[in-house]
Design a protein around this ligand. Structure first.
Ligand code: NAD
Length: 275
């Protein structure tokens, strides 16, 4: 049951499977993350806008785990983008987490109408150079945003965290990332519980064939695709279920059948519109 790690483009390593805390209520976050760490997760994905960095930080502090055995990601919120605001926002996140560095710091959305992601990225480059973020990346960037960043700045993002599940696979972005050393992180790996993905006959058939749940089959599909994932749940028994992915393997035919479910179903915001 060991979670594989993936080497990012600056030589740091990220556990391919982690735990996400979007929409985990702040008062619940410490308990939820404590459960996650107890059942074996070592990679936690949060964000300033989730308002639960303090709870995540308390869970880390009381876990008794060594800092170097954890991988912690947080994100810069859109309203804090800019050459003067990004650094204080980062420092607030570090304070709330009670950490002296994060493993990965992301620009949460490109917010292209604001036109500030390039200047914000230059701040992230300085943060990385200071050692307070071991790696830096972006989230919800489309190919033209990645192209602009690569053309106008020094550091190539280590990851791009995008909505990605069998019903919405973003192949253009994944391929661009692969060609440029940008690893894809899949948010909403289970389609956020907002589609019938876990009832899809193709998923259910694979689940029955392996004696696993539909959620486990979808998460396993992501791992075999090479995606980095961090499914979210507030329920300890589901946290255990979602990490129990290493005693089976989808066949090539099963993997392909799930890949063939693509239907362009975006559930989250449009990266061109969200400010
Ligand atoms: P997800 O696909 O992980 O879905 C979570 C939901 O799936 C749960 O609320 C629950 O309803 C259901 N679920 C979880 N485990 C299950 C199981 N074993 N069986 C049945 N149902 C199950 O969606 P998410 O939380 O939106 O995405 C994962 C993480 O990605 C987030 O917590 C967050 O860290 C990150 N994220 C990032 C962005 C971004 O803009 N960068 C946006 C959304 C989420």
């Amino acid at each position: 049951n060991t979670i594989p790690t993936i080497e990012l483009n600056n030589g740091t390593h990220i556990p391919q499977l982690g735990f996400g805390v979007f929409l985990v209520d702040p008062p619940e976050a410490e308990r939820v993350v404590t459960d996650a760490l107890e059942v074996g997760y070592r990679h936690i994905d949060t964000a300033a806008i989730y308002k639960n960095e303090e709870g995540v930080g308390r869970a880390i502090a009381t876990s008794g785990l060594n800092r170097e055995d954890l991988f912690i990601t947080t994100k810069l919120w859109n309203s804090e983008q800019g050459s003067d605001t990004a650094l204080p926002a980062f420092e607030t996140s570090l304070d709330k987490l009670g950490l002296d560095y994060v493993d990965l710091y992301l620009i949460h959305w490109p917010a292209p109408k604001n036109g500030k992601f390039v200047e914000s990225w230059k701040v992230l480059e300085r943060i990385q150079a200071s050692g307070r973020a071991k790696a830096i990346g972006v989230s919800n960037f489309l190919v033209p945003h990645l192209e602009q960043l690569i053309a106008e700045t020094e550091v190539v993002p280590a990851v791009n965290q995008i909505e990605l599940h069998p019903y919405h696979q973003r192949r253009d972005i994944v391929e661009f990332g692969r060609a440029n050393g940008i690893h894809t992180e899949a948010w909403g790996p289970l389609s956020q519980g907002k589609s019938d993905l876990l009832l899809d006959p193709v998923v259910v058939a694979a689940a029955e064939a392996h004696g696993k749940s539909a959620a486990q089959v979808v998460l396993r599909w992501h791992l075999q695709q090479g995606n980095i994932i961090f499914p979210k749940t507030t329920r300890r028994e589901r946290a255990i279920e979602n990490i129990d992915l290493f005693d089976f393997e989808l066949s090539d035919a099963e993997q392909q059948a799930i890949t063939d479910l693509e239907r362009g179903l975006r559930l989250g915001a449009d990266p061109l519109e969200l400010n």
